[in-house]
Unconditional design. Structure first.
Length: 450
């Protein structure tokens, strides 16, 4: 194909930020983040070259949960893996579309994991999910460079003019004859609601604050709702304390209701995130029953539930979601690492898919197409993505037709990493009515200029 590209150079850097307030994930408190920034230079068959940029948090607590290694050890492994991926990307000497390059290289990235594990003296294998996170800014930089090379937004380069294969090549025969552009909007949605995170250790009321930060940002839930005009709240739950989880949802709803009514807002939404800590589906079903008993309107406001039980679906075939999914959409998140895992999740009763830029632009587009084909609920989730990584995530949400909202919480936990981006994309990083202005995400490449 005349639009194919070849990788010429790739360089990386790491950028560290402290969190404004701690974030609890899967029972672990996180208070800092390291960003992996990537620049990739590509060449067209004509000899013309272009450089693209990608960035992603190295979310080791999320992608490499472990009891045997420290935060610093898993972070060091991800940094080592980033250098290995950089070398493998440079070794790829063919011409292809970015999605095809990603498909060719992913098996090589997977095969590199044991070597990195050994080099870092790790007792546990590096998860495939961890590899996807590290590879994602390289993939983003490829798409960014490709779009800029041809003067197109990257989401406009997924049709027959650019791609060498139809979707059945990447997925299965259900997609025979279809190109990816069938499942992508050529222009982004102009605005999208933002899901605000209500973390498990976040203060809900004044009484929950031992000492105010007084840094100019809201600190209680009511303050956040009023300041940003929020209509979508993502509630983090523990999954191992039924009484606490039920009470948390009830309390959030009791706080939100009078604030929303005072603003003249009649409808708002919740999503529920157990971070896969529920021991069984029975826990989830009992939780939903008790929430309905205590606060039926709160349950009505729940838009979807993120993966409630263990991410290893094959090891836990008993955790079938059919009953829960009849109540609310249950989306696969941590388990989604490829098309096969999506198919397994469907068999086990999941009715939705959470797309994440941190698993790669290429994978997100393919899984977004599959979710639409199979009539699955779609959402785009965050990894506390700041700056360029949030722009990437927002662009993904804005170009997938059935995604209704975008999660973004770096403005809460890591605003320092947004500082250099806020004035360039004010409609993305400054909220007043609970939405972000995604119309601006239509520039060449991923629309990101570092």
């Amino acid at each position: 194909m005349k639009h194919d590209i070849r990788v010429m150079d790739a360089r990386i850097e790491f950028e560290d930020h402290a969190y404004r307030t701690p974030l609890k994930f899967g029972g672990v408190i996180t208070d800092k983040v390291t960003l992996l920034n990537v620049w990739v230079r590509v060449r067209a068959r004509s000899g013309r070259e272009m450089e693209g940029f990608g960035s992603m948090p190295l979310g080791n607590v999320w992608s490499f949960p472990t009891q045997k290694h420290t935060y610093d050890e898993t972070l060091a492994a991800m940094k080592a893996l980033a250098e290995r991926i950089r070398v493998l990307l440079l070794d790829f000497d063919g011409f292809a579309h970015p999605i095809e390059i990603a498909g060719e290289l992913e098996p090589l990235y997977r095969s590199a994991l044991p070597g990195v594990q050994q080099a870092c003296a790790l007792q546990e294998p590096i998860p495939v999910l961890c590899m996807l996170v590290v590879a994602s800014p390289f993939d983003a930089a490829l798409h960014d460079a490709y779009g800029k090379l041809w003067g197109k937004n990257a989401f406009q380069t997924c049709g027959p003019e650019y791609m060498n294969h139809t979707l059945d090549y990447h997925l299965n025969d259900d997609f025979r004859g279809e190109y990816l552009d069938r499942y992508i909007l050529k222009q982004p949605k102009p605005r999208m609601p933002l899901y605000h995170l209500v973390g498990a250790v976040d203060p809900l009321t004044e009484e929950d604050i031992p000492r105010r930060l007084n840094d100019g940002l809201p600190e209680t839930l009511a303050e956040w709702i009023r300041a940003d005009g929020l209509t979508h709240l993502k509630i983090k739950l523990n999954g191992d304390n039924l009484e606490w989880d039920v009470e948390r949802v009830v309390k959030v709803d009791r706080i939100a209701e009078p604030v929303q009514h005072s603003r003249g807002v009649a409808e708002w939404c919740y999503s529920l995130d157990f971070n896969e800590r529920c021991q069984s589906v029975d826990y989830l079903l009992e939780f939903l029953m008790k929430v309905n008993e205590r606060a039926p309107r709160a349950l009505e406001r729940v838009q979807y539930i993120e993966q409630p039980t263990a991410r290893d679906l094959q090891a836990h075939p008993e955790n079938k979601m059919h009953k829960a999914a009849k109540i609310k959409p249950v989306v696969i998140d941590e388990s989604l690492t490829d098309f096969e895992s999506l198919q397994l999740a469907r068999e086990q009763g999941y009715t939705g898919v959470a797309l994440k830029a941190c698993k790669g632009q290429s994978q997100a587009l393919l899984m977004g197409a599959a979710a639409q084909k199979y009539n699955l609920f779609l959402c785009v989730q965050d990894l506390t993505c700041p700056g360029a990584s949030f722009l990437h995530s927002a662009a993904l949400a804005a170009h997938i037709p059935t995604v209704a909202a975008i999660e973004g919480n770096s403005r809460q936990y890591c605003p320092s990493a947004n500082a250099s981006w806020k004035d360039r994309f004010p409609g993305i990083f400054y909220l007043t009515d609970g939405t972000i202005e995604t119309a601006c995400l239509d520039g060449p490449g991923l629309g990101i200029v570092p």
